[in-house]
Ligand binder design. Structure first.
Ligand SMILES: Nc1ncnc2c1ncn2[C@@H]1O[C@H](COP(=O)(O)OP(=O)(O)O)[C@@H](O)[C@H]1O
Ligand SMILES: [Mg+2]
Length: 382
């Protein structure tokens, strides 16, 4: 056992990897568990083991000697988190927060109960019962549990499309007339002090339903930015526990802000904070875990983050056009070290910093034109 403070991280994907990249600057021991022996954290964690994140026993084995328990994915055993908390360990996010957020139905109800604006919705158990809620169409159908990156979410435009829906239980939400999707990351400490990052603008890939790129600051009037930060802080206030909260928002065509969903962890919408802010979202998490003061969230420059998503099928990943990306001023490629690329899989991202939105536009276009992650030798086409 290490004599350094030990953080047991549940999940070993890219969020964990970026957390460790920063944590390596400090005297901490980061022990990671993930089902995949080749997960992105495996080569850089202080300690790495394989295990199912929903298996209470496996999580207890992994974390029983740790000082702090953190997550980089929501789908982990809440009973284990509860036990670890009862043992007096520092567990972030709080198991009660995680229990609400793991289930999109509980999450929507939570917003409703706390007077937090969100789109109209119904909780529906099975596909057949969707017919009773056609007043919510056109809408979005979401699996209550287990979805991520657009998986477990589908647009449901008409009653006829119900036949093509996956099985429930679902949240059925009315489709919002979205002008812009925003995200605000809030960091909340033990005393309820909160800091927020500038709202970012998320541009989605309509086919994959995941973030294509984002830019900070969002191109919105100052009063909307302030409102977005306030609303995100209200969400963290309602959860009432220390943590990093990434609050996804819809800015509607009529200028209203609605909460879409919250992640109680580091988030894709905060990757640019590594290069564009004094203290990144990953640095804030470390500060929180160790009870250190919160860091400075000020955006020091305009920034964009372009996701590198696998295309061209499945196989060993090859990055095309990396030299073109590196030739653009102030670009920072991040490759997650995944051993296999698949269509739609997040393989890395590129952050660009620039002093104007025009310069960002040019850099985003250039990265998108030149950089691709493809299989060395495709195994299949999916
Ligand atoms: N009620 C809605 N109205 C309009 N667009 C929506 C709605 N719900 C979801 N979407 C679209 O689908 C995307 C994914 O939905 P989300 O609930 O955030 O799932 P995920 O867990 O995959 O991020 C959103 O970012 C948005 O583009
Ligand atoms: Mg989302």
């Amino acid at each position: 056992m290490s004599t350094l403070p030990t953080i047991a991280l549940l999940g070993g994907g890219q969020l964990g990897r970026m957390f460790i990249e920063n944590a390596l600057r400090y005297p901490v021991h980061v022990a990671v568990i993930d089902p995949d022996p080749e997960a992105p954290c495996s080569p850089i964690a202080s300690e790495f083991r394989t295990g199912d994140l929903l298996d209470e026993h496996a999580i207890m084995e992994h974390a029983r000697n740790a000082d702090v328990i953190g997550i980089e994915i929501e789908h982990v055993s809440v009973p284990a988190m509860q036990q670890l908390k009862a043992m007096g360990k520092r567990v972030i996010p709080d198991p009660d927060v995680l229990r609400i957020i793991q289930d999109k139905g509980h999450q929507k109800r939570f917003y409703q109960d706390h007077g937090i604006p969100t789109s109209p919705f119904a909780l529906v158990d099975s596909r057949d019962q969707l017919h009773a809620h056609v007043d919510l169409l056109p809408g979005f159908l979401k699996s209550r549990r287990g979805g991520y990156d657009g998986k477990g979410v589908m647009a449901l435009r008409t009653e006829a499309e119900i036949a093509e829906a996956f099985e429930g239980p679902f949240v059925l939400e009315k489709q919002v007339e979205v002008d812009m999707e925003l995200a605000v990351i809030v960091v909340r400490d033990d005393h309820g002090n909160q800091v927020t990052y500038d709202p970012v603008e998320m541009v989605f890939d309509p086919g994959l339903n995941l973030v294509d790129h984002l830019r900070a600051p969002a191109r919105i009037p100052e009063h909307v930015a302030l409102e977005a930060r306030d609303l995100a802080m209200r969400v963290a206030d309602a959860f009432d526990a220390p943590g990093v909260y990434a609050v996804e928002l819809f800015l509607t065509r009529t200028g209203e802000l609605l909460v879409n969903e919250t992640a109680p962890r580091a988030h894709n919408s905060g990757h640019h904070t590594i290069e564009a802010c004094a203290s990144s979202q990953f640095d804030q998490l470390l500060r929180l875990y160790l009870g250190w003061p919160l860091g400075d969230t000020a955006l020091r420059s305009h920034a964009a983050m372009i996701n590198l998503v696998g295309e061209g099928g499945r196989g060993t990943p090859v990055i095309e056009g990396a030299e073109k990306v590196l030739a653009i001023t102030a670009t920072y490629p991040h490759l997650y070290g995944k051993k296999e690329t698949r269509n739609g899989r997040k393989m890395g991202h590129v952050t660009v910093v620039a002093s104007t939105h025009d310069a960002l536009d040019r850099a985003i276009a250039s990265v998108k034109a030149h950089c691709r992650v493809v299989p060395a030798r495709p195994i299949t086409t999916t």
